[in-house]
Write a protein that binds this ligand. Structure first.
Ligand SMILES: NC(=O)c1ccc[n+]([C@@H]2O[C@H](COP(=O)([O-])OP(=O)(O)OC[C@H]3O[C@@H](n4cnc5c(N)ncnc54)[C@H](OP(=O)(O)O)[C@@H]3O)[C@@H](O)[C@H]2O)c1
Length: 229
């Protein structure tokens, strides 16, 4: 891994990923909206920034060219296929053989075997419907984005984040294939560690075509159950 592209570099997760990637000595190309370029000021002269929407196919084509890895923050903003447009552009334009890592939440299920609490399902349904009605967020489009990734034969990993919190790193999160597994019960991960999992996945072939659901390695459920997961 020498050169990586980060789509959504100016967000909270994106900025942590930029730092992790630089710490590993990678050359970094970041994509973010023009109005957010200033959020990356502290990385000035250390990364190349391509301003633009992450679902702009021309922007993505330019950004991923020559990259060994692409880290994509999938976000369901608006109702203009933001997530699915971004994912499709990455699948279409990333170099053959590049490692493609996508972020999303636990609500994405690859095989339908995830077990969600009633509270989680109710919240998702109510918030999802209201947000879509207000044309603010389209969770279905994030589902569609991941469906396209899962159907692809590329070297992808979809990292499914639990609820997130800020704070110092606690170490690499642990993961499991299905939400509902005991190891994930604490449902809490530090955002900095989510980013680390994303960046370390670039070099972890065991995660190719996997959709790990992650949780902080110091959470009670991880401490109690990670040996057996
Ligand atoms: N938040 C959680 O609790 C949570 C839980 C589980 C999983 N996740 C997953 O973690 C990832 C990062 O989520 P995050 O909540 O931590 O957010 P984040 O890292 O701050 O990322 C948000 C991204 O969305 C962009 N964005 C914001 N408003 C936008 C708009 N109106 N149009 C287009 N782009 C817009 C931001 O770009 P700008 O910098 O330009 O604003 C940024 O790149 C996502 O894949 C999410 O599904 C989050």
């Amino acid at each position: 891994m020498k050169k990586v592209c980060i789509l959504g570099a100016s967000g909270k997760l994106g900025q942590y990923m930029v730092q992790h990637a630089l710490d590993r000595g990678y050359e970094v190309v970041g994509v973010c909206r023009q109005k957010s370029v200033h959020k990356l000021e502290r990385f000035e002269n250390r990364i190349k920034i391509i301003p633009g929407a992450t679902n702009d196919r021309a922007v993505v084509e330019k950004a991923v060219a020559g990259c060994d890895g692409v880290l994509t923050v999938l976000v369901p903003w608006g109702v203009q296929q933001y997530s699915s447009g971004t994912a499709q552009a990455v699948l279409d334009f990333a170099d053959d053989g590049a490692r493609l890592i996508f972020s999303c939440g636990w609500h994405i299920s690859r095989d339908g075997q995830d077990v969600y609490s009633r509270k989680f399902k109710l919240l998702l349904s109510v918030v999802g419907k209201i947000a879509k009605l207000l044309r603010f967020v389209d969770l279905d489009d994030q589902v569609e984005a991941c469906r396209r990734v899962f159907a692809s034969d590329k070297r992808w990993t979809v990292v499914r984040g639990s609820d997130l919190e800020e704070g110092e790193s606690q170490g690499l999160p642990v993961w499991s294939r299905h939400v509902g597994d005991a190891v994930l019960a604490s449902n809490r991960t530090r955002r900095i560690d989510f980013a680390r999992f994303m960046v370390e996945a670039l070099d972890n072939d065991d995660l190719i075509q996997e959709a790990p659901a992650i949780v902080g390695c110091q959470t009670p459920s991880a401490l109690e159950h990670s040996e057996e997961s």
